[in-house]
Design a protein around this ligand. Structure first.
Ligand code: MN
Length: 474
């Protein structure tokens, strides 16, 4: 279960006093109708709350200040019912520190040719108001989203819903706290980065802990707690004993059960929502956390291996954005290069996110060639099919850069009986050669976050909100 704060969005409708009180009453009634319809559509993931009409600079400024101040308000949606002079919007728009969506719609769908007169034109002039308002947002470089179309259309509502998810993730970005158990893997380049800059630009807090701090938590877990959680696994996963006796297998799995309890307790005690481990830094641990990490990913915690805190934070961010649907940490492993079948096998040494599973995962115990520890348990499954995005965040010394590649995942058809880890397969866009080439030329990492739930447009919307350079490969 993914836990985040309660959120809502404010709906601010622009007009002015020029048209008289009767006209403004009608504007307000129309705004209420649209608000109710959007809330009742079942498409928006968060409630929309109608505010007083934006008819003066003072009113607009006071609404925007209130938006900034209230934690539960994740962003603002504006609609220009009539002409709302844009100089009134300058102060409030400049002060607004949360995401802004300009909904370019109109109360009536069609022009009523038989009855239209100047009264109607004055009351219903969104086309006029949109341009005045759009000019000032562009001039202020507001990086606001614009959604255009009739408010009853499902595709318009869908675009609002997707933006709401980005806006909530943007707000949550400032709450992301990463606990690093150990430092980065030695000698690796792409997992390094400037933590101060990441906090300034994205709001991420990144804290180091010695592995001994976690070992203390592991040692404090009781046998009763371990047995209770192990019993929950029985309904959720297949148990695959392989070549182990049932006793040895259970003993190994229960080490991971104790890790799940300990890591979760450690994170929750410190308010952490993401974490990293490192197989080179396991002093006092019997196994590399595998199954434990996968179970925590399924609960919405961000994660990346080898001390990669950037990818762990990005994982948490995109899990919030996607409601933790089909979204997780990934690593590029092996190419399929046969003509016409070019694709990339994705996995990790243990920690593949079960939110991407197409089948019931099985718990497997198997030796791990690296890390020099006991055989760890992990969930093994095949990845599901679907179109999505794979995203990597890199530090280029002077700036962070986000790489976004559209991918098409498909379910593997050939069994791999000797592969003791979960596997995910995808084709890259626009085609294998150009997609991989662009990724490499732009310095994209081997640690990524993939989502079969989010769109390129959503990732770009976030990048613009935090002033992050991005490259799209599609
Ligand atoms: Mn890795």
């Amino acid at each position: 279960m993914l836990t985040t704060e309660k959120r809502e969005f404010w709906f601010v409708v622009g007009s002015q006093h020029l048209y008289g009180e009767e006209a403004l009453a009608e504007v307000k009634a129309h705004a209420q109708t649209i608000t109710d319809a959007l809330n009742e559509s079942g498409i928006l993931p968060y409630p929309l709350v109608l505010q007083d009409l934006a008819v003066s600079a003072d009113k607009i400024t006071s609404i925007m200040k209130e938006v900034n101040y209230r934690n539960e308000v994740a962003g603002v949606i504006t609609w220009m019912h009539t002409f709302s002079p844009a100089k009134m919007w300058i102060r409030g728009t400049k002060l607004l520190q949360k995401p802004l969506l300009h909904l370019a719609t109109q109360f009536n769908e069609s022009i009523p040719w038989a009855t239209i007169d100047m009264d109607f034109m004055n009351l219903n002039q969104s086309a006029h108001g949109d341009r005045e308002y759009g000019f000032i947002n562009a001039r202020l470089k507001k990086q606001n989203k614009v959604v255009v179309g009739y408010w009853e259309r499902p595709e318009v509502r869908q675009q609002i819903a997707q933006w709401m998810d980005v806006a909530v993730a943007y707000n949550e970005s400032f709450n992301i706290k990463v606990a690093r158990f150990g430092d980065n893997m030695r000698n690796v380049g792409v997992t390094e980065g400037d933590k101060v800059e990441a906090q300034i630009q994205f709001g991420w807090t990144v804290d180091y802990f010695g592995i001994g701090d976690l070992v203390q938590y592991v040692n404090a877990v009781t046998d009763e707690e371990i047995d209770a959680l192990f019993a929950e696994y029985e309904g959720l996963y297949e148990f695959d004993y392989g070549t182990y006796s049932r006793e040895d297998w259970e003993k190994s799995v229960k080490v991971q059960v104790s890790y799940e309890i300990a890591i979760k307790r450690f994170l929750d005690d410190g308010g952490y929502t993401a974490f990293t481990t490192n197989f080179e830094d396991l002093y006092g641990m019997k196994q590399l956390p595998g199954l434990a990490v996968q179970r925590l990913m399924a609960q919405g915690y961000g994660f990346a291996g080898e001390g990669d805190w950037k990818t762990a934070a990005l994982d948490r961010l995109l899990k919030v954005m996607s409601h933790n649907q089909s979204t997780g940490f990934m690593e590029d492993y092996t190419y399929e290069l046969a003509a016409g079948q070019e694709s990339i096998l994705q996995s990790h040494m243990l920690e593949v996110d079960p939110s991407l599973a197409s089948n019931k995962p099985k718990i497997v115990v198997s030796p791990l060639g690296i890390g020099d520890r006991e055989d760890p348990a992990r969930l093994v499954f095949d990845g599901k099919a679907g179109d999505g995005v794979v995203v990597s965040m890199a530090d280029f010394g002077t700036n962070y850069k986000l790489l976004i590649n559209e991918v098409s995942a498909f379910e593997p058809t050939v069994p791999a009986p000797n592969l003791p880890v979960a596997r995910v397969l995808w084709e890259v866009k626009p085609n294998f050669q150009d997609g991989v080439k662009a990724w490499l030329e732009n310095g994209g990492g081997h640690h990524t976050v993939v989502s079969l739930n989010l769109t390129t447009d959503q990732i770009i919307t976030y990048a613009k909100l935090v002033g992050l350079e991005y490259v799209v490969i599609k």
